[in-house]
Ligand binder design. Structure first.
Ligand code: MTE
Ligand code: HPA
Ligand code: MOS
Length: 750
């Protein structure tokens, strides 16, 4: 089944936030951000700006009736800065104007006097100064201190990975409108409608019931709208509360890039110990996470870095510590993988460095240590249904790993100015929000009296195809035509207390709730049919909109059955609720079973570098992936390709740069490069590994949103191997992204 949005996307008819027709009297909001990265506000002169044409009002912290606070995990972030500013672009005021361009004009005329303070932008420097978001966390397994003595080889090093701009096509935005009696409706481009509702209620000092948040779809979120869509929605709502006029706030690209957080840069130290036969006996690492100026989701992201610190390997002795470091950058936030990629990059760097020291292929160490069923992760969960060994066999048989290695060696011998490299990237990714209470969802299903159906869930469609999957679930459960079902917008008055659509778990959580609601309705309908047939409900079923009795088609159609049930006063509405069973976690002991299941995979990446220019091409990425039993191959393959390319972008070309004043230099699409049609792999192959799937996955179709991003990490190591073929003296350094400039420097490093 195709994505139900594909036609309207291609024809431009899909409605995004900025396409919602504005009402008469709508005001347009533009945000004034701090020009400095750290300072004390001494005075602000709004007088000239306020006197300009079309300017209706300028909102500041003084206009906030409730708490000036938007911190989700810790209350450490103001909506509008009151006295201190902590990063460039931090919102200070919101200009409301009759036209957007007038607000931009007025913004230039606001005179700010800020006393500047010294800033910190580096995570290690922040840690040394004890600027921490929270105390460090450590995961332990076995006994590290004595394990080093057993090691034949011990390798130490440092690994750095940079941030990543989400670059959702649709920038952050919200449109709020007044309803009667102080109620406000907010259309928001958010992954977390309830987060918007909850925080806005706090800031506006009203009950959550006064706020209705509605989300049609997002033009991409990638984690950047898990909680960072919230401030803009609150600002618009605050404007409504104060002016009683509709307010629309849509960030332009430059404001979006400078005011919002990104993937967290990590700077890490590692130490890895191997036995003579290449078993990893000990692994120690310290992660310095650059959190930016407020906690945002950093603590949870730090946790996932620890959960995935050993990636796909069974290591008996482990100690990994992570610091969340407070710096004067925009608060960094969720980004596809949620800290997992950063943790995995460190262990892959450690293994790659060890392989180079031992003059062997990296995959020999990877293969010798692959996780197996029954192994225990450092956090205490037992690994189940591990498919990695089976996948490795497929890697050799289907993709001819060893033949490729030989071909590349041969190519490199024959070619002087072009060199090839390859890598294998295994992934193991845990599915569930690591905070157990977040793993719940609800769905509301109405069967209308003509047999058509409206489905509401807490899932937000952001391009990942979750609405298509929801529609499939409903249509297949009732066995009716898909055209009879409509996926409603995500709305807090229909489905309340939602978790954000995140953690790749949206289809699992909302799909299971929906499945429950549909089954309850189906049971009632079959019971009603059975009553009329004077038969046992067990003998009645529906197939292709026809009711069957004891395997015989009857005259009763779906539409007639619904009508009959309605006349019999059967309830045709149902609310489903789902909470993931079995999962639990104790942060005090750092032990538990945080994940419903894991997703496994392998990617084989081949690259060619031009050793004169330092440029490179990704020749191919060949993937073996654990979909479980995919319920929609078209969508899931799309997620693999998109995730992979996004991961390659992070590892190779996307380079976020701030200057010493904490100013974002890569603040437009001309200075921040993401993969385009010319830089994507020339070939992407995907094989679905054979498996039964998992009971806790929706229809045994495993979560697919985030895991493939981590296949992109393979590109870094493939490039490094190609460099090594040209310049054997090039020291391995883990410093992503591997931009063309860095490749060139390493090619000629002596
Ligand atoms: N795919 C598209 N097209 N757009 C997105 O914004 N977000 C990713 C992933 N795939 C995203 C996407 C992220 S970060 C997550 S957590 C999941 O989708 C969320 O959706 P899911 O839970 O339905 O997989
Ligand atoms: N993943 C993604 N988003 C989240 C998580 C998680 O584990 N926890 C809180 N938000
Ligand atoms: Mo995804 S980073 O969990 O929104």
């Amino acid at each position: 089944m195709k994505n139900i949005d594909s036609k309207s996307h291609v024809t431009g008819k899909s409605i995004y936030l900025d396409d919602i027709p504005t009402m008469q009297g709508c005001l347009f909001a533009v945000v004034l951000g701090s020009p400095v990265a750290h300072g004390t506000i001494q005075s602000i002169d709004y007088s000239k700006a306020l006197s300009m044409p079309g300017i209706v009002r300028i909102l500041t912290h003084q206009d906030i009736p409730g708490e000036n606070q938007i911190g989700g995990i810790f209350p450490d972030e103001e909506l509008l800065a009151a006295e201190e500013v902590h990063f460039q672009g931090q919102p200070i005021a919101v200009i409301l104007a009759k036209e957007e361009h007038l607000a931009f004009e007025a913004r230039k005329e606001i005179i700010l006097k800020i006393k500047e303070h010294p800033i910190v932008v580096d995570a290690r420097e922040a840690q040394a100064k004890d600027h921490l978001i929270m105390p460090p966390r450590t995961f332990r397994k076995g006994k590290l201190s004595s394990a080093w003595e057993e090691c034949a080889h011990i390798i130490e090093g440092r690994a750095q990975s940079n941030g990543q701009e989400h670059l959702y096509l649709e920038t952050q935005g919200a449109y709020a409108m007044p309803l009667e009696n102080g109620n406000i409706k907010i259309a928001s481009s958010t992954q977390g409608p309830t987060a918007v509702q909850r925080m806005a209620a706090k800031v506006l000092n009203i009950g959550m019931h006064h706020l209705e948040v509605d989300v049609r779809r997002l033009g991409g979120g990638f984690g950047g709208k898990e909680d960072q869509a919230t401030p803009w929605a609150i600002m618009a709502a605050l404007g409504v509360q104060i002016t009683q006029q509709p307010v629309k706030l849509v960030l332009n690209r430059i404001d979006d890039m400078r005011m919002t957080g990104k993937r967290h840069p990590y700077d890490s130290d590692f130490k890895i110990g191997l036995s003579k036969d290449l078993k990893i006996i000990a692994y120690e690492a310290t992660f310095y996470q650059n959190a930016g100026a407020a906690a945002d989701l950093s603590p949870a992201i730090l946790g996932r870095s620890l959960f995935h610190a050993t990636n796909s390997y069974d290591i008996p002795n482990v100690q990994v510590t992570a610091y969340s470091c407070k710096t004067n950058l925009p608060p960094n936030t969720a980004f596809r993988g949620f800290g997992g990629p950063q943790g995995m990059f460190v262990i892959e760097s450690a293994i790659a460095k060890a392989a180079k020291a031992l003059k062997i292929s990296t995959y020999q160490i990877q293969q010798a240590n692959l996780l197996q069923t029954g192994d225990v992760f450092p956090y205490g969960q037992k690994a189940e249904d591990v498919l990695l060994a089976q996948m490795w066999t497929e890697l050799e048989q289907e993709y001819k790993l060893r033949a490729i290695e030989k071909q590349i060696q041969h190519f490199n011998k024959k070619n002087q100015h072009f060199k090839k490299g390859f890598s294998v990237m295994p992934i193991t990714f845990g599915i569930s929000f690591t905070k157990t209470p977040m793993n719940q969802a609800r769905a509301l299903v109405h069967i209308y009296s003509d047999g058509s159906i409206g489905v509401s869930t807490g899932a937000v469609e952001m391009g990942q195809g979750v609405n298509t999957k929801m529609l499939q679930i409903a249509a297949d459960t009732f066995s009716i035509q898909r055209s009879k079902i409509k996926l409603e917008s995500t709305n807090t008055t229909r489905v309340a207390n939602t978790s954000p659509s995140a953690a790749s778990a949206t289809a699992d959580l909302n799909g299971k709730a929906l499945l429950q609601a549909c089954h309850a309705l189906l049971d009632r309908l079959l019971q009603n049919a059975a009553q009329h047939f004077n038969a046992n409900p067990k003998d009645v079923f529906i197939k292709n909109e026809v009711v069957y009795l004891q395997d015989q088609a009857t005259d009763l159609t779906w539409a007639k059955l619904v009508d009959q049930a309605f006349l019999d006063r059967v309830c045709l509405t149902e609310n489903g609720h789902y909470a993931t069973p079995i999962i639990h976690y104790d942060m005090k002991t750092e032990q538990g079973t945080p994940f419903a299941y894991h997703v496994y995979g392998l990617a084989l990446t081949e690259v060619t570098i031009d050793c004169i220019r330092g440029t490179y091409e990704i020749d191919s990425v060949k993937i073996i992936h654990d979909f479980g039993k995919t319920m929609n191959p078209t969508i899931d393959y799309g997620q693999i390709e998109g995730g992979l390319v996004q991961g390659i972008g992070w590892m190779t070309m996307e380079e976020i740069r701030y200057n010493e004043q904490g100013r974002l230099l890569s603040n437009t699409l001309s200075t921040y490069k993401i993969p385009d049609i010319y830089s994507v792999p020339k070939e992407i192959k995907i094989i679905a590994t054979k498996t039964e799937g998992h009971e806790l996955a929706i229809l045994k179709s495993k979560a697919v949103g985030e895991p493939p991003l981590m296949y992109g990490i393979g590109a870094y190591f493939a490039i490094d191997n190609a460099i090594k073929a040209f310049n054997p003296k090039a020291n391995f350094q883990a410093d992503a992204p591997y931009t063309t400039e860095k490749v060139l420097m390493n090619l000629y490093k002596r």
